[in-house]
Design a protein around this ligand. Sequence first.
Ligand SMILES: Nc1ncnc2c1ncn2[C@@H]1O[C@H](COP(=O)(O)OP(=O)(O)OP(=O)(O)O)[C@@H](O)[C@H]1O
Ligand SMILES: O=C(O)c1ccc[n+]([C@@H]2O[C@H](COP(=O)([O-])O)[C@@H](O)[C@H]2O)c1
Length: 212
Amino acid sequence: MTKRIGLLGGTFNPIHNGHLQLANFVRQQLQLDVMQLLPNHLPPHKEQPLVTAKHRLAMTEAAVNDQPRLEVNAIELGRQQPSYSVDTLRQLRQQHPEDRLFFTMGMDSFVKLSSWYQWQDLLNYCHLVVCQRPGDQIPEQGPEALLWQQFGLSISELSNLPIAGHIVCLDNPLWPISSTEIRQQLLHGACASQLLPPTVAQYVADHQLYQQ
Ligand SMILES: Nc1ncnc2c1ncn2[C@@H]1O[C@H](COP(=O)(O)OP(=O)(O)OP(=O)(O)O)[C@@H](O)[C@H]1O
Ligand SMILES: O=C(O)c1ccc[n+]([C@@H]2O[C@H](COP(=O)([O-])O)[C@@H](O)[C@H]2O)c1
């Protein structure tokens, strides 16, 4: 029996309620067997996080502890080069030759997709699932617009999908939460407990993360 596997890559610095809402929304809408969260080791396009990959992995594990069908996959943590998604997807495709893979991202990521390493190969390995995020919309021109025009599907067309090759854009409610805002709050002495899963808020407090 083939599976429908969701993948959510992130820096998770720290993981927040927006990530969990995104993961669960996509899991339900696409009727996934599982949604795997993939913390990266060396984010390709971000300043390197001050908080180690080990802490970011532990927070991600703490966050999904009580979440059915959400799992952590630490596949990127063993690689010493930048955590390019195409490398991860190539590896996952080898492990799951017949399963449908759904690599999930917010619109802020999709609008910059053409800056990703070997971005034109991504759809050879997976489908892309794009969720709305405050501040960004499907581009009207440029490489991402062309990609969407060529490979975009509506949710009603999802029943008989191949294992890879399409883009689905979901009409999710907006979750106005970011790790940047949470780091700012923690730096200024707040506990950000409204924005973090309780286990993550506890981990942050126990390890005194983001206080400087
Ligand atoms: N609130 C949100 N709504 C929709 N998508 C989100 C949200 N938060 C994160 N994502 C998506 O989850 C993925 C991983 O996000 P990431 O770990 O970089 O969190 P972030 O909140 O964007 O971090 P930062 O503020 O440090 O840039 C990205 O594809 C991002 O677009
Ligand atoms: O492959 C790339 O070039 C690439 C460029 C930017 C981001 N990514 C991946 O996209 C996911 C979200 O990235 P970020 O920077 O928003 O945390 C995460 O898994 C990153 O490793 C991948």
